[in-house]
Design a protein around this ligand. Structure first.
Ligand code: TYD
Ligand code: MG
Length: 451
């Protein structure tokens, strides 16, 4: 049996110290170190291991467990892999439990073996109520309301389910550790044992992890190295749209996204998100630009809105859906390279529909929306743009222009302002007029109509 010894672990960053400290040397948080028990690695007997030639390893095609929700299966790389451990992260209330139940229902509806949903947050009755609303009533979908790790593993061993889902990992309790559920050592211990269970019995296991307000998967953050796949469920409060994003996937590509809409009877897949995100776009108003973004392999047309207003006092800045630092940088570029006065003004930026954009290809759209608002000149509603913008005001090429252009064509856009190198090499034509630009000035000339 491994020995237990005390250690002090920072609850916000995971820093470990042998003695208590008032302030964490790693993240400078006050009073964040908590005593936890750690297992001391005992001297273990070393068994023989033999290396094999990579070329001689037989490749088996892994049979994926599909949920039937296309958006979800694609993000997972084609479905769940037996024996894999998946972390599903997201803010409380975003819809993780809902998504999980719908996923499990999809699998249970044509599986012979049971599918086990363990809830540490809701009673069996509460879960059943929700499941009924979602139509998750397959006979082989079983629910267990339990927080003790040993009891969960015992029941999972007995049932031998195809999929085991734990909602959430922060509620699971390993009784041999003294710290409270949700603390780093508890979460790590529980995940470690669930990982062994998943691998030994080849059960696809899904762990739900709540994200803290600052966006970090507290506790679960430390699990990202352990699990095979990390998917995040995101969305803005008050918007019905939810985006599922893979940030790590040992069994598929990362950065795939799935788009869902939260409705009263659960999550609905959105097959054509571009049309949805553009549906309520104001036509002919200044401060709005459409960009052709790319989420994984999927092109997505989204509207960026900006409002530039006279500042009363210190200029204020707010950015929703894009990195505020990126906006600050682009404001400086607009001021210096395009000669539009924005640095002294209030600037508000928003990505419509609660979408979050992280790729630099959105730069040109941000610049267009901000300059459009500042100059009170609308962007032509049938024009779309994309491109990365550098500090010298140059417009740089981005990846996969053809995918973006094809999506713009499909949605009836007539003109696209894009980096020159992308325009020169593009093979998509159709009805789309391509305007290649080399700098911000040329881009704004092409984008902004005289108002
Ligand atoms: P939930 O799945 O409980 O979120 P999480 O597990 O991430 O904390 O979903 C919570 C929200 O979703 C809740 O505010 C109500 C809403 N909701 C719907 O709008 N429709 C539905 O069918 C369900 C089940 C939930
Ligand atoms: Mg939940």
């Amino acid at each position: 049996m491994a020995k237990l010894r005390a250690q002090y672990v920072c609850q916000s960053c995971g820093y470990v110290s042998p003695k208590w400290l008032g302030r964490c040397p790693e993240c400078a948080g006050w009073n964040s170190l908590v005593e936890e028990m750690a297992r001391k690695a005992g001297a273990s007997a070393v068994g023989a291991s033999q290396a094999v030639a990579l070329s001689e390893v037989v490749q088996e095609e892994v049979a994926r467990i599909r949920s039937g929700l296309g958006e979800l299966d694609r993000v997972l790389g084609g479905g769940l892999v037996p024996g894999s451990l998946v972390l599903l992260g997201g803010d409380p209330g975003i819809g993780k439990s809902t998504l999980l139940l719908q996923l499990l229902q999809g699998i249970a509806s044509d599986a012979k073996q049971p599918v086990l949903y363990v809830s540490g947050e809701e009673s069996v009755r509460q879960t059943a109520l929700r499941a009924r609303r979602l139509g998750a009533t397959a006979p082989s979908l079983l629910v267990l309301s339990e927080t003790r790790l040993d009891a969960i593993l015992a029941e999972a061993t007995r049932l031998s389910p195809v999929v085991l889902a734990i909602d959430s990992i922060q509620t699971v309790q390993a009784p041999e550790l003294e710290s409270v559920p949700g603390s780093l050592s508890q979460v790590r211990e529980a995940a470690g044992r669930l990982l062994s269970f998943a691998k030994e019995r080849s059960v696809a296991t899904i762990l739900v992890g709540h994200v803290t307000k600052d966006g970090a998967l507290a506790g679960p953050k430390t699990l990202e190295h352990v699990v095979d796949t990390v998917v995040h469920f995101e969305g803005e409060a008050g918007h019905p749209y939810r985006i599922l994003r893979a940030t790590k996937n040992r069994f598929g590509s990362t950065n795939e996204v799935g788009v869902f809409e939260m409705q009263s009877e659960g999550l609905r897949e959105v097959a054509n998100p571009s049309a949805l995100f553009l549906a309520e776009r104001p036509i002919g108003a200044s401060g709005s630009a459409v960009i052709a973004a790319l989420e994984g392999t999927r092109p997505l047309l989204v509207e960026i809105q900006a409002l530039v207003a006279t500042a009363a006092g210190l200029p204020r800045r707010a950015a929703l859906g894009v990195d505020p630092n990126r906006v600050s940088l682009l404001l400086a570029v607009i001021e210096r390279r395009a000669g539009i006065d924005v640095l002294g003004q209030d600037v508000f930026v928003n990505v419509a529909g609660g979408v979050r954009l992280s790729e630099p290809a959105a730069d040109l759209g941000l610049i267009a929306a901000i300059a459009s608002s500042a100059a009170r000149r609308p962007v032509d509603p049938r024009t779309v743009c994309f491109g990365e913008v550098g500090l010298a005001g140059e417009v740089r090429a981005v990846a996969q222009p053809d995918l973006r252009l094809a999506e713009a064509c499909k949605l009836g856009f007539r003109r696209c302002v894009l980096p020159s190198p992308n325009a020169e090499r593009s093979s998509v034509r159709g009805d789309l007029e391509l305007v290649g630009v080399r700098d911000v000035e040329a881009a704004l000339d092409a984008l902004l109509r005289p108002g």
